[in-house]
Design a protein around this ligand. Structure first.
Ligand code: DOR
Ligand code: ZN
Length: 331
Protein backbone atom coordinates (compact mmCIF):
# COMPACT_ATOMS: atom_id res chain seq x y z
CA UNK A 1 0.00 0.00 0.00
CA UNK A 2 1.18 3.52 -0.77
CA UNK A 3 0.29 6.97 0.49
CA UNK A 4 1.31 10.26 -1.12
CA UNK A 5 1.42 13.80 0.16
CA UNK A 6 1.48 16.89 -1.96
CA UNK A 7 4.12 19.42 -0.88
CA UNK A 8 4.16 18.76 2.87
CA UNK A 9 5.35 21.72 4.95
CA UNK A 10 7.17 21.93 8.26
CA UNK A 11 6.15 25.27 9.73
CA UNK A 12 8.76 25.26 12.53
CA UNK A 13 12.21 23.79 12.04
CA UNK A 14 15.71 24.31 13.48
CA UNK A 15 18.38 23.96 10.81
CA UNK A 16 21.35 25.32 12.84
CA UNK A 17 24.62 26.14 11.02
CA UNK A 18 27.83 24.64 9.70
CA UNK A 19 28.22 20.87 10.16
CA UNK A 20 24.84 20.48 11.87
CA UNK A 21 23.10 22.36 9.05
CA UNK A 22 24.78 20.08 6.52
CA UNK A 23 23.61 17.03 8.44
CA UNK A 24 20.03 17.95 9.21
CA UNK A 25 18.78 20.27 6.44
CA UNK A 26 18.77 17.56 3.74
CA UNK A 27 16.77 15.30 6.07
CA UNK A 28 13.97 17.86 5.96
CA UNK A 29 14.45 19.13 2.41
CA UNK A 30 14.27 15.66 0.88
CA UNK A 31 10.77 15.02 2.21
CA UNK A 32 9.19 18.45 2.75
CA UNK A 33 8.54 21.10 0.10
CA UNK A 34 9.21 23.96 2.47
CA UNK A 35 9.79 24.88 6.07
CA UNK A 36 9.88 27.83 8.43
CA UNK A 37 13.51 28.21 9.49
CA UNK A 38 14.04 29.34 13.07
CA UNK A 39 16.42 32.22 13.78
CA UNK A 40 17.81 31.25 17.22
CA UNK A 41 21.41 30.95 16.09
CA UNK A 42 24.36 32.25 18.08
CA UNK A 43 24.23 35.19 17.46
CA UNK A 44 20.55 35.34 16.47
CA UNK A 45 19.39 36.22 12.95
CA UNK A 46 18.34 39.78 13.75
CA UNK A 47 19.48 41.90 10.82
CA UNK A 48 19.04 41.86 7.07
CA UNK A 49 22.72 41.04 6.62
CA UNK A 50 22.52 38.02 8.90
CA UNK A 51 19.28 36.97 7.25
CA UNK A 52 20.75 37.13 3.74
CA UNK A 53 23.83 35.24 4.84
CA UNK A 54 21.85 32.53 6.62
CA UNK A 55 19.44 32.14 3.73
CA UNK A 56 22.27 31.57 1.31
CA UNK A 57 23.90 29.01 3.65
CA UNK A 58 20.59 27.18 3.84
CA UNK A 59 19.86 27.43 0.12
CA UNK A 60 23.20 26.04 -0.82
CA UNK A 61 22.11 22.79 0.78
CA UNK A 62 18.39 22.78 0.13
CA UNK A 63 17.90 24.17 -3.37
CA UNK A 64 19.00 21.00 -5.20
CA UNK A 65 16.24 19.28 -3.22
CA UNK A 66 13.46 21.58 -4.44
CA UNK A 67 12.77 23.03 -0.99
CA UNK A 68 11.68 26.53 -0.08
CA UNK A 69 13.18 27.88 3.15
CA UNK A 70 10.73 30.35 4.65
CA UNK A 71 13.07 32.54 6.67
CA UNK A 72 12.38 34.31 9.95
CA UNK A 73 13.99 37.16 11.83
CA UNK A 74 14.61 37.04 15.58
CA UNK A 75 12.30 39.53 17.27
CA UNK A 76 13.72 42.77 18.62
CA UNK A 77 12.55 46.33 18.28
CA UNK A 78 12.99 47.07 14.60
CA UNK A 79 12.93 50.38 12.74
CA UNK A 80 10.47 50.85 9.92
CA UNK A 81 13.16 50.83 7.25
CA UNK A 82 14.45 47.50 8.57
CA UNK A 83 10.99 45.96 8.41
CA UNK A 84 10.40 47.35 4.94
CA UNK A 85 13.66 45.79 3.78
CA UNK A 86 12.85 42.47 5.46
CA UNK A 87 9.22 42.15 4.46
CA UNK A 88 9.66 40.22 1.22
CA UNK A 89 12.48 38.07 2.57
CA UNK A 90 10.71 36.59 5.58
CA UNK A 91 7.57 34.71 6.47
CA UNK A 92 7.46 36.25 9.92
CA UNK A 93 9.35 37.37 13.01
CA UNK A 94 9.94 34.93 15.85
CA UNK A 95 9.55 36.25 19.37
CA UNK A 96 11.24 34.54 22.30
CA UNK A 97 10.64 35.83 25.81
CA UNK A 98 14.20 36.38 27.15
CA UNK A 99 15.82 33.19 28.40
CA UNK A 100 12.95 30.74 27.95
CA UNK A 101 14.80 28.31 25.70
CA UNK A 102 17.94 27.49 23.67
CA UNK A 103 19.75 30.66 22.51
CA UNK A 104 16.95 33.01 23.55
CA UNK A 105 19.04 35.10 25.96
CA UNK A 106 18.60 38.19 23.80
CA UNK A 107 14.82 37.73 23.60
CA UNK A 108 12.30 40.24 24.79
CA UNK A 109 11.58 40.97 28.48
CA UNK A 110 8.78 43.52 28.30
CA UNK A 111 6.38 43.14 25.38
CA UNK A 112 4.76 46.51 25.99
CA UNK A 113 8.02 48.21 25.03
CA UNK A 114 7.78 46.61 21.61
CA UNK A 115 4.47 48.29 20.74
CA UNK A 116 5.81 50.22 17.76
CA UNK A 117 7.33 47.08 16.22
CA UNK A 118 4.06 45.14 16.64
CA UNK A 119 2.18 48.07 15.11
CA UNK A 120 4.44 48.23 12.09
CA UNK A 121 4.34 44.46 11.62
CA UNK A 122 0.57 44.65 11.66
CA UNK A 123 0.57 47.41 9.06
CA UNK A 124 3.07 45.67 6.83
CA UNK A 125 1.37 42.29 7.15
CA UNK A 126 4.35 40.57 8.77
CA UNK A 127 3.22 37.64 10.96
CA UNK A 128 4.41 37.25 14.56
CA UNK A 129 5.55 33.77 15.60
CA UNK A 130 5.73 33.30 19.34
CA UNK A 131 7.43 30.93 21.76
CA UNK A 132 4.70 31.35 24.36
CA UNK A 133 6.06 30.47 27.77
CA UNK A 134 6.44 32.43 31.00
CA UNK A 135 9.17 31.81 33.56
CA UNK A 136 6.66 30.17 35.91
CA UNK A 137 6.33 26.57 37.08
CA UNK A 138 7.35 24.42 34.13
CA UNK A 139 3.96 22.70 33.68
CA UNK A 140 2.09 26.02 33.77
CA UNK A 141 4.31 28.16 31.56
CA UNK A 142 2.22 27.89 28.42
CA UNK A 143 -1.14 28.28 30.14
CA UNK A 144 0.17 31.34 31.96
CA UNK A 145 1.27 32.84 28.66
CA UNK A 146 -2.27 32.67 27.20
CA UNK A 147 -3.05 36.08 28.73
CA UNK A 148 -0.13 37.51 26.75
CA UNK A 149 -1.54 35.99 23.56
CA UNK A 150 -4.86 37.56 24.46
CA UNK A 151 -3.22 40.95 24.96
CA UNK A 152 -1.48 40.67 21.58
CA UNK A 153 -4.60 39.43 19.76
CA UNK A 154 -6.76 42.23 21.15
CA UNK A 155 -4.29 45.08 20.82
CA UNK A 156 -3.17 44.15 17.32
CA UNK A 157 -6.28 42.67 15.72
CA UNK A 158 -4.74 42.64 12.25
CA UNK A 159 -1.45 41.10 13.33
CA UNK A 160 -1.30 37.41 12.40
CA UNK A 161 -0.07 35.57 15.50
CA UNK A 162 1.13 31.97 15.55
CA UNK A 163 1.35 30.22 18.89
CA UNK A 164 4.31 27.97 18.20
CA UNK A 165 4.48 24.35 19.37
CA UNK A 166 1.37 24.36 21.54
CA UNK A 167 1.26 21.69 24.24
CA UNK A 168 -1.93 22.29 26.22
CA UNK A 169 -5.69 21.95 26.05
CA UNK A 170 -5.85 25.63 27.05
CA UNK A 171 -3.98 26.64 23.90
CA UNK A 172 -6.20 24.47 21.69
CA UNK A 173 -9.28 26.13 23.17
CA UNK A 174 -7.73 29.59 22.77
CA UNK A 175 -7.28 29.01 19.03
CA UNK A 176 -10.98 29.56 18.39
CA UNK A 177 -11.24 32.77 20.39
CA UNK A 178 -9.50 35.22 18.07
CA UNK A 179 -9.53 35.34 14.30
CA UNK A 180 -5.90 36.44 14.14
CA UNK A 181 -4.51 33.55 16.21
CA UNK A 182 -3.10 30.34 14.72
CA UNK A 183 -0.85 27.57 16.02
CA UNK A 184 1.69 24.91 15.19
CA UNK A 185 1.99 21.57 16.93
CA UNK A 186 4.93 19.14 16.96
CA UNK A 187 4.98 15.40 16.40
CA UNK A 188 6.13 14.56 19.91
CA UNK A 189 3.38 16.56 21.60
CA UNK A 190 0.76 14.47 19.76
CA UNK A 191 2.33 11.32 21.14
CA UNK A 192 3.95 11.77 24.53
CA UNK A 193 3.22 13.17 27.98
CA UNK A 194 5.52 14.12 30.83
CA UNK A 195 5.35 10.49 31.93
CA UNK A 196 7.25 9.45 28.82
CA UNK A 197 9.95 12.02 29.60
CA UNK A 198 10.38 11.58 33.32
CA UNK A 199 7.93 8.94 34.57
CA UNK A 200 10.48 6.14 34.43
CA UNK A 201 14.16 6.36 33.64
CA UNK A 202 14.81 9.91 32.43
CA UNK A 203 14.59 10.17 28.63
CA UNK A 204 16.79 13.06 27.51
CA UNK A 205 15.85 12.60 23.84
CA UNK A 206 12.24 13.44 24.71
CA UNK A 207 13.15 16.56 26.66
CA UNK A 208 12.12 19.75 24.90
CA UNK A 209 10.65 23.18 25.57
CA UNK A 210 7.77 23.45 26.10
CA UNK A 211 7.88 20.20 28.02
CA UNK A 212 5.27 17.52 27.23
CA UNK A 213 2.23 17.91 29.49
CA UNK A 214 -0.70 15.83 30.78
CA UNK A 215 -2.74 13.11 29.03
CA UNK A 216 -5.72 15.47 28.62
CA UNK A 217 -3.47 18.00 26.91
CA UNK A 218 -2.13 15.42 24.49
CA UNK A 219 -5.69 14.26 23.78
CA UNK A 220 -6.83 17.78 22.92
CA UNK A 221 -3.83 18.33 20.63
CA UNK A 222 -4.29 14.98 18.92
CA UNK A 223 -7.97 15.54 18.37
CA UNK A 224 -7.33 18.95 16.80
CA UNK A 225 -4.59 17.55 14.55
CA UNK A 226 -6.61 14.52 13.46
CA UNK A 227 -9.50 16.80 12.51
CA UNK A 228 -7.03 19.09 10.70
CA UNK A 229 -8.34 22.03 12.70
CA UNK A 230 -8.22 24.90 10.16
CA UNK A 231 -6.00 27.08 12.37
CA UNK A 232 -3.51 24.36 13.26
CA UNK A 233 -0.38 23.57 11.22
CA UNK A 234 2.31 20.98 11.55
CA UNK A 235 5.58 22.44 12.87
CA UNK A 236 7.99 19.74 13.95
CA UNK A 237 10.23 21.99 16.08
CA UNK A 238 12.82 19.39 15.17
CA UNK A 239 15.73 20.65 17.26
CA UNK A 240 18.94 18.66 16.86
CA UNK A 241 21.66 18.64 19.51
CA UNK A 242 24.76 16.45 19.41
CA UNK A 243 24.38 13.33 21.52
CA UNK A 244 26.87 14.52 24.15
CA UNK A 245 24.69 17.58 24.83
CA UNK A 246 21.60 15.39 25.28
CA UNK A 247 23.03 12.49 27.25
CA UNK A 248 24.59 14.71 29.88
CA UNK A 249 23.93 16.48 33.15
CA UNK A 250 22.28 19.69 31.95
CA UNK A 251 20.58 18.09 28.95
CA UNK A 252 19.82 20.50 26.07
CA UNK A 253 16.14 20.90 25.13
CA UNK A 254 15.02 19.61 21.75
CA UNK A 255 13.67 16.49 20.04
CA UNK A 256 15.06 15.57 16.62
CA UNK A 257 12.17 14.44 14.44
CA UNK A 258 12.97 15.76 10.95
CA UNK A 259 13.53 12.47 9.09
CA UNK A 260 10.87 10.48 10.96
CA UNK A 261 8.02 12.98 11.29
CA UNK A 262 6.10 12.16 8.11
CA UNK A 263 6.19 8.34 8.45
CA UNK A 264 5.13 8.54 12.10
CA UNK A 265 2.32 10.98 11.25
CA UNK A 266 1.06 8.63 8.54
CA UNK A 267 1.13 5.77 11.05
CA UNK A 268 -0.72 7.87 13.62
CA UNK A 269 -3.41 9.21 11.27
CA UNK A 270 -3.94 5.75 9.82
CA UNK A 271 -4.36 4.26 13.28
CA UNK A 272 -7.15 6.75 13.95
CA UNK A 273 -8.74 6.32 10.50
CA UNK A 274 -8.01 9.93 9.63
CA UNK A 275 -5.48 9.60 6.82
CA UNK A 276 -7.73 11.72 4.62
CA UNK A 277 -7.02 14.73 6.89
CA UNK A 278 -3.24 14.51 6.87
CA UNK A 279 -2.76 16.51 3.66
CA UNK A 280 -4.68 19.43 5.17
CA UNK A 281 -2.74 19.28 8.44
CA UNK A 282 0.62 18.99 6.70
CA UNK A 283 0.15 21.48 3.91
CA UNK A 284 -3.19 23.08 3.04
CA UNK A 285 -3.70 24.87 6.35
CA UNK A 286 -0.27 26.48 6.20
CA UNK A 287 -0.72 27.52 2.56
CA UNK A 288 -3.97 29.23 3.41
CA UNK A 289 -2.86 30.83 6.67
CA UNK A 290 0.45 32.19 5.34
CA UNK A 291 -0.71 32.63 1.73
CA UNK A 292 2.24 30.66 0.38
CA UNK A 293 2.61 28.52 -2.68
CA UNK A 294 5.30 25.91 -1.98
CA UNK A 295 7.25 24.10 -4.68
CA UNK A 296 5.51 21.11 -6.20
CA UNK A 297 6.76 17.97 -4.53
CA UNK A 298 5.19 14.55 -4.05
CA UNK A 299 6.33 12.58 -1.03
CA UNK A 300 5.31 8.94 -1.28
CA UNK A 301 5.44 6.39 1.51
CA UNK A 302 4.82 2.71 1.38
CA UNK A 303 3.52 0.45 4.09
CA UNK A 304 6.61 -1.45 5.17
CA UNK A 305 8.31 -2.24 8.44
CA UNK A 306 11.25 0.09 8.91
CA UNK A 307 13.63 0.36 11.82
CA UNK A 308 14.53 3.95 12.60
CA UNK A 309 18.31 4.45 12.69
CA UNK A 310 19.81 4.87 16.16
CA UNK A 311 21.82 7.86 14.96
CA UNK A 312 21.93 10.36 12.13
CA UNK A 313 25.54 11.48 12.44
CA UNK A 314 25.90 12.58 16.05
CA UNK A 315 22.17 13.15 16.53
CA UNK A 316 19.72 10.66 18.03
CA UNK A 317 16.28 10.77 16.36
CA UNK A 318 12.88 10.39 17.97
CA UNK A 319 12.03 6.68 18.31
CA UNK A 320 15.63 5.65 17.57
CA UNK A 321 15.87 1.92 16.96
CA UNK A 322 12.10 1.43 17.00
CA UNK A 323 10.03 0.06 14.15
CA UNK A 324 7.48 2.09 12.19
CA UNK A 325 4.91 0.69 9.81
CA UNK A 326 5.38 3.27 7.05
CA UNK A 327 8.54 4.61 5.42
CA UNK A 328 9.49 6.59 2.34
CA UNK A 329 9.02 4.63 -0.86
CA UNK A 330 12.25 3.25 -2.38
CA UNK A 331 14.29 3.84 0.77
O1 DOR B 1 13.18 22.21 22.86
C1 DOR B 1 13.46 23.21 22.24
N1 DOR B 1 14.59 23.30 21.50
N2 DOR B 1 12.63 24.24 22.30
C2 DOR B 1 12.92 25.43 21.73
O2 DOR B 1 12.14 26.32 21.83
C3 DOR B 1 14.24 25.63 21.08
C4 DOR B 1 14.78 24.37 20.60
C5 DOR B 1 16.24 24.47 20.21
O3 DOR B 1 16.59 25.42 19.48
O4 DOR B 1 17.02 23.60 20.59
ZN1 ZN C 1 11.65 25.78 18.06
Amino acid sequence: MEFSLNSPLDMHIHFRQDKMLELVAPLTAKYFAGGVIMPNLVPPVDSIDKLDKYRSEVEQITSPLNFEPYMTLFFRQYKEEELLAAKDKIIGIKLYPAGVTTNSESGISDLKQADSTFRMMQELGIPLLVHGETHGFVMDRESEFISVYQWLAENYPNLRITMEHITTKDAVEFLDRYENVFATVTLQHLLITLNDVAGGLLQPHLFCKPIAKRPEDREALLEAALEAHPKLMFGSDSAPHPVHKKESAGCAAGVFTAPVAIPILVELFEKHNKLENLQTFLSENARRIYKILPPEKTTTLSKQEYTIPVRYGEVVPFRAGETVSWWYKDE
